[in-house]
Design a protein around this ligand. Structure first.
Ligand code: ATP
Ligand code: MG
Length: 397
């Protein structure tokens, strides 16, 4: 029997008119994710994708990578059998024969409604044969082993294990965003959440070198490399922020500095977003987590940008964010000690209710446009890939 991975998507299937577009992107992303591993043709069949498994395929590695391809609900290593029910039952038994089980279930999905028997009838027929051969009892609630059958188009597939993936939507179906990436715990998780909804992220990091060491930049590079696993590339802009901080420190009262820093950050990130044709900014802010994340201060920061600012973590608890950071593999890097640019020159008690008149009065003393364009002209741009993917994997292929 030929081997295939049967890939199921969920939300993609709901996009009526755009379904083909979503499926095509999912197929391209699967190919990018599997790059470097042996795999055969990837093709779309009704409501599913099919990946041919050649001899010498490496199932564990494939499974690890497919789990991270957004848009996939679950996938299964399957065998291609035959729509003739006698042969299907024999094939199912030949795959189960070597396994130990005292109870089993047969679970059939029938994509083709034209097929003469319905799914319950197919399960009953195959189940009767397996029962006879094995002597095991049928248990639909808690079976030791489940034989899944899928009848789709002209195919009949058999498999025994559904492997859960992360869901979401295929990367590059949702446009681009610019993520403000600190070295902290939150912003990498925010990036993950937005990439999972189909957006492609470019990353913007502000550093205060030489006031801070180069380590914080290396830390952010490592975070980008981890996140690149989910979108097959990662562009990072490193923005020198020390000059702006010096100006703010010289002219603005300490309690409002953090809001001013953030306003400059969103202005600069927006300029880079325009260059990248990104449609929104993304931050790791969460209501009430720190002094700059009160409603008033969020509003004062947002006013400096014209693009929408997306905050995927806005209502999340810290512990949930930490758990997700652990799951996606960014936590270990995020918790390494570093010197964030914003911990410099920050008073113990920042103003929690900065209003627009206050920030405007402070900024009136600064050459805002000049500082922003100066910072933008000094950014360093880096492209980070993942070892398994081609260096430049453009979303528009
Ligand atoms: P994080 O864990 O992401 O650093 P945080 O809870 O520490 O978030 P803040 O330090 O107030 O919160 O930062 C709020 C958001 O501002 C961050 O999530 C990030 O999106 C952005 N940000 C803060 N510092 C930087 C930086 N140095 N470079 C880029 N973005 C930053
Ligand atoms: Mg932080």
């Amino acid at each position: 029997m030929d081997r295939y991975i049967l890939v199921h998507y969920h939300e993609v299937g709901l996009k009526k008119n755009n379904r083909e577009f979503f499926e095509r992107k999912l197929k391209q992303n699967i190919e990018l994710a599997l790059h470097g591993l042996p795999y055969g043709r990837v093709r779309r069949i009704s409501g599913r994708l099919l990946i041919q498994l050649p001899d010498g395929a490496e199932p564990d590695q494939m499974a690890e990578r497919l789990r991270d391809v957004f848009g996939i609900a679950y996938f299964a290593f399957s065998w291609l059998s035959n729509q003739d029910l006698d042969r299907l039952a024999q094939d199912a038994w030949s795959l189960m024969e070597g396994r130990r089980f005292s109870s089993f279930a047969v679970n059939t999905k029938r994509g083709e409604k034209s097929f003469p028997l319905n799914s319950v009838q197919i399960s009953a027929k195959v189940g009767a044969y397996i029962g006879l051969k094995s002597g095991a009892r049928v248990d639909l609630e808690h079976p030791d082993l489940t034989c899944f059958i899928e009848i789709v188009e002209t195919f009949a597939f058999l498999y025994f294990e559904k492997r859960k993936a992360r869901g979401g939507l295929p990367v590059s179906t949702g446009g681009r965003v610019a993520v403000l990436l600190s070295g902290g715990i939150d912003s990498p998780v925010a990036a993950y959440r937005i990439i999972k909804r189909g957006c492609r992220a470019v990353f913007v990091h502000f550093h205060s070198f030489p006031h801070t060491t180069l380590d914080s930049q290396e830390k952010v590079r490592n975070l980008v490399r981890i996140l690149a696993r989910f979108q097959y590339s990662g562009r990072l802009y490193l923005v020198p922020f020390a000059d702006i901080q010096r100006q703010i420190v010289a002219f603005a009262p300490p309690p409002i500095r953090i809001v001013l820093y953030r306003r400059f950050m969103v202005r600069i990130a927006e300029a880079l977003a325009f260059k990248e044709r990104a449609g929104a900014l993304v931050t790791g802010e969460s209501i009430g987590q720190v002094a700059s994340q009160t409603l008033e201060n969020i509003r004062a920061i947002a006013e400096a940008a014209t693009l929408p600012i997306l905050r995927p973590l806005i209502g999340d608890d810290k512990q949930d964010i930490i758990s997700l950071a652990q799951d996606i593999g960014t936590l270990e890097t995020s918790i390494q000690p570093d010197q964030d640019c914003c911990t410099l020159f920050i008073p113990k008690h920042p103003h929690t209710k900065v209003t627009l008149p206050i920030v405007r009065a402070a900024e009136a003393q600064l050459d805002v446009d000049g500082l922003v364009s100066d910072a933008v002209s000094h950014v360093a741009m880096e492209d980070h890939g993942i070892p398994s993917a081609p260096a430049k994997a453009d979303g528009n292929i």
